[in-house]
Design a protein around this ligand. Sequence first.
Ligand code: PLP
Length: 440
Amino acid sequence: MNHEQKKGLFSLPLIKEIVNGKEVCWFNKNLESADKGLKRMPLVAADVQEAENRLARFAPYIQKVFPETVTEQGLIESPLKDIPQMQAALSAVVKQKLPGRLLLKCDSHLKIAGSVKARGGIYEVLKHAEDLAIANGLISKAEDYTVFATSKLKMFFQDYEIAVGSTGNLGMSIGIMGAALGFKVTVHMSADAQAWKKELLRSKGVNVIEYAADYSKAVQEGRKLSANDEKSYFIDDENSQSLFLGYAVAAARLNKQLKQCGIEIRKDRPLFVYLPCGVGGAPGGIAFGLKLFYGDNVHVFFAEPTQAPCMLIGCLTGLHEKISVGDLGIDLKTIADGLAVGRPSGFVGKNMINLLSGCYTLTDRHMLDLLHLLAEQEECYIEPSATAGLAGISNITSNIGDKYLLKHGLADHKDKIVHIAWATGGSLVPPEIMQKYCKM
Ligand SMILES: *Cc1c(COP(=O)(O)O)cnc(C)c1O
């Protein structure tokens, strides 16, 4: 960004608040009908279907290697649950009744990797393994994929490396899955990554390289090193379409769960979804899947820390990956390590700009308060990053969201809205660290 651009930006009232660390709620003026917005995407419903089919082919293998997935027949899926006590407690905080029905999507408790990254990260590793195995005549798509658990395949993958840059959770999903298949895995960890995440990975034989710099730098270095080795495959969180599609699969599964709760999403019973956002891949992919599924009946908001609002500033300025929070003098210091990203994915920002309803931010203090409240009210323990979606219902149904609801014909139907806070991580957090969060 040049000096003139910067000066122009700093004169915008919303940017001033962002720079001053204030919580903001931004409604996207570029939002279009789902039909129009989806037409601009380079990916279509058939791509998501292909990802679903691939995960189904691997389900027998997953079930065999990760017995904790047997009850779900090898599909890695998380519970969806009503959290009425949390909703009541949130109402008490804002001193006004929050109407509608609030649910928690517990990706915090996804099997194998304990975070939303168990969707995209594991999917891309599986896709890469399948591509290699097919190209080398080791398997056909019609075969039983439990063959991936045999020593023949594991020996084959030992020659190949998978590399990734991560603030922690992506590295964990890719490290755990890659190591199980037999790959050499290298994870480039940013300064924000938690020590226990690094230790856990090393215990699985993963090569962890640490950086004193932020996430963007870890990705940049990882990408460079991997490019020098033709047997190395770099999972590119900033640009990967495979990751994105792995996340998008969530929509059809969520729909089944909503039906089990007796909820059918329609025009007069819309769905509002609040997704914690780092670089944008996970919330972007999930949002894309939801838009394909529910069209204009789903409204998607991304949630970011006040100290790492990268997608917000990228979308708001239209500069996407050309702007970083550092350009605005924001320091990226946040307890939400999973969201500590300074520069957004250009792929996600540019493609989601017409489908996203808005972004909001919250302070570390606010995230910790939500963490405490959820633990007390619902006995559910999630990591700080994962709490960001819980601020959505208050933002939308207390007065801040009124204009948006009015515009979409929902101002008088607040009680009909179904809200989903997407909890994105936490079940692998060691108990002593969770206790520490609970006391902060
Ligand atoms: C990675 C992560 C996110 C956000 O995903 P991005 O693809 O980085 O936007 C949200 N919550 C948690 C806990 C995460 O680890």
